[in-house]
Structure formats: C-alpha cells, structure tokens
Design a protein around this ligand. Structure first.
Ligand code: XIL
Length: 391
C-alpha cells in the first residue's frame, strides 16, 4: 500500500476494525510501527502515543503482552468479560482485551439466568454469540461458563416442582442446546460449578434443584451429556477454595476419582482462585503449596485451569504489606501454574477493578484485578508478567 491510496477505517460489527481497501478487507495488524497504515491526519493521535484508542486493536510484540508471554510458555491467559463488553462497550476496553488475552469467558451471559432466562424452549444467544465472534476475530479461545450451578438459575426453572426424571430431561435439553450451539467454538466447559459445600465438603443441596431433586448423579449425567454433544470440548469441574488443603479439596479429589473410575468423561479441574489478602499479608497459598495441590489433581490425569483469578484487598486503606502480598499472590499462582505441565490456562475474573464482582459481594474489599479503570497496568499486572517471563 502507498500513502497515496485512500484507506478508510470501518467497524465490522463486533469483529474489530479492518482496513477497507477497494473490495479487499485487510486485518489491521500494525500500529503505525513499521507498517504503512495510510495517511494520518495532523490532529490524530498515533497508536504509539495512545495504543488503547479504538483503531489500534493490534498485536504488539509478544514479549510485551500477557497473551504473548503465556503463549511462549504454552499457556493461555484469559479474562472474563461482562457488562462493559456487552453494553456501552468503550472501544478501549475491547482493545485491551484483544491485546492482552488469548482466552475469553463470559462473566454471566452463558449462565442459565442469561442464556436460558425466559422459558424452557427459549435461548438468548445474542451476547454470547458476539463474544465468540470477537474471540474468533482476535485469535482467542473461549471457555464456556457454566452448564450446571445452584446459583443464577431462571425463575421458570426454580419455581417449578420437577420430578427427577423430568428435571434430567430439562438438564439434558439445556446441555444439548448450549453445547450444541457452541460446538467447535468453545474449547473447555465448566460443566458443573460449585457442587461441593464449603467447610465439610459434603454435596451441596441447599439451593440446588439438581442435587435436591436428581441427587448426586446429576454430575455424571451432565458430563456424559456434554461429551456426547461435543466430543472435542474439554470438560471441567469448577469450584472455589479448592486451592487450600482440607475437607473440600479432599471431597473434590474423591468425587473426581470416583467419576474417573466410573468412566465419566472429565478432563480437568477448575480452581476458581478467588483470594482475599488478610491484614498480615496471608491469604494466598505459597507457590510450593499450590504446586502440591495442582500435582495432586494432575495425578488423576486432569488438566488444571485457574478459572476465575482475583485477589482482593481492603479498600480503602490497604497497607503496603497487603499490597505487596497481593502482587506476590498473583506471582505465586502464575509461577505454580508454569511449574506444573498439566496447568494450561489462567483466567482473571474481570478486566479492570471497576467491573469486578468483588466490591458488591465482599463489602470493604476490592482492587482485585490487573488493570485500573483507565486501563493502566497495576503492580499486579507487573507481577503477573514478570512471573510469566520466569520459569
Ligand atoms: C459472579 C459474577 O461475576 C457476578 O457478576 C454475578 O453477579 C455473580 O456471579 N463463582 C463463579 C462465577 O463461578 O460465576 C461468579 O461470577 C463468581 C463466583
């Protein structure tokens, strides 16, 4: 291309920006740095001055992004996206997502309460479909979250008294529809989410139509159905507080061992990784403790994903001890993952602090993520990128 040629930028739906040149569409993969991207108006900010501006959805050198650093270690680094992505959707948000991550998860829009909100035979594909198209346009993989959970279920489901056989049919229908819709597009599903009680590690029945009506067999049923619909998708059990040794972790180990023995198709375990820094700086297991936990489950033949990583601190008023521990916690998780070959992916639960679920769920805590609300990299980002660059 020469600078005499007239180029125009246009937005192709949610597929990002492309250069329209004649009838050919050419992906904009340069940022004014070396490539000829056409004439720049004198008043325009260049991509070097402001890489987050809308037209600069680009791939910078791999060694300067989380996705590039992770890929160099054969890992994926992902992010959960939510209202900011699906709503007003500032282009700067999209640009950072595409620049930094090679894996994407829906924070809410693939859950029953969203995708299957209204009625037994009605699905809402628009938002999750747009996320999947964005992922494809930006060479990102998609994790599916989640097929069976005790929370965020629609009223039409929870207000009906089901008998076990009918509820099994409803569950299979949902899995057939959702996994079928995304067959070949979702690399891994969180098939069952949070089936084990905190503390004593018993089967969670409170609030769960699945466990209370079908019984524990709903878990096997869900995995078998998902495998039947998309044999290529990796199937995960996902839960929180499994990072710590104790009754809950032991129960997950026993449960998954039993599934394996019964021939139930399960490929991996998702450690959600929602951590809280205490005033003494404790709260995240050490690198060695995490490695031991990951290896315990890898020995069952499972892949390990860190699926919902965030590390919250007190707000306001976190001390330097707490801030340092937060960054160290991120480093612990990333370096432990790199030390365990079965650990293939890390996902942070939100792009920036302003969209995080933490302040609403844990009053007095926040600032749990890698970017602030101006999309500036935080110390936590540096800790992650440094750990990704290491062993
Ligand atoms: C959270 C979302 O981030 C919130 O927006 C929503 O209100 C509640 O759910 N474990 C999970 C996630 O598996 O789905 C949850 O996400 C956080 C805890």
């Amino acid at each position: 291309m020469t600078d005499k040629m007239t180029l125009s930028l246009r937005r192709a739906g949610r597929l990002g920006y492309v250069l329209a040149f004649g009838t050919a569409l050419v992906a904009l993969d340069g940022c004014g740095g070396g490539g000829d991207t056409g004439p720049v108006a004198p008043t325009e900010t260049t991509c070097q001055q402001d890489p987050t501006q809308a037209k600069c959805i680009v791939t910078p050198p791999a060694n300067t992004t989380l996705r590039g650093l992770a890929a160099a270690k054969a890992r994926s680094f992902g992010v959960a996206v939510d209202a900011a992505f699906f709503g007003a959707n500032p282009a700067a948000y999209d640009a950072v997502v595409a620049r930094e991550f090679n894996l994407i998860v829906a924070g809410n829009v693939m859950k029953w309460s969203s995708i299957h909100r209204d009625a037994r035979y009605a699905y809402r594909w628009t938002n999750p479909d747009s996320m999947v198209r964005f992922a494809q346009a930006n060479t990102m993989n998609v994790r599916g979250h989640t097929l069976v959970w005790h929370q965020q279920n629609p009223t039409w489901l929870t207000s009906t008294t089901w008998n076990p056989e009918t509820l099994k049919v409803v569950l299979k229908e949902h899995i057939d529809s959702v996994v079928g819709h995304y067959k070949g597009k979702v690399v891994a599903w969180d098939v069952v989410n949070e089936a084990i009680n905190d503390g004593n590690g018993t089967l969670r029945t409170t609030g769960s139509p699945w466990a209370s009506t079908i019984g524990a067999s709903y878990i096997d049923l869900a995995f078998r159905e998902a495998r039947a619909v998309d044999p290529a998708a990796l199937l995960f059990y996902n839960d929180y507080n499994l990072e710590f040794t104790g009754a809950k972790q032991d129960s997950a180990f026993v449960m998954i061992s039993g599934m394996k023995a019964r021939g139930v198709p399960i490929d991996g375990i998702g450690f959600q990784g929602h951590f809280q820094i205490n005033t003494d700086g404790s709260g995240v297991p050490s690198k060695d403790a995490l490695i031991a936990t990951f290896n315990r489950f890898a020995a069952l033949g499972l892949k390990i994903h860190i699926t919902e990583l965030d590390i919250r601190i007190r707000t306001p008023g976190a001390t330097s001890t707490e801030l340092t521990a937060q960054s160290q916690g991120y480093a612990n998780v990333v370096s432990a993952c790199l030390a365990v070959p079965a650990c293939e992916a890390i996902v942070v639960w939100g792009l920036n602090d302003g969209e995080s679920w933490v302040p609403g769920t844990f009053p007095g805590y926040g600032q749990a993520l890698l970017f602030d609300d101006t999309f500036a990299r935080k110390a936590t980002y540096t800790a992650v990128s440094t750990a990704l660059s290491g062993g």
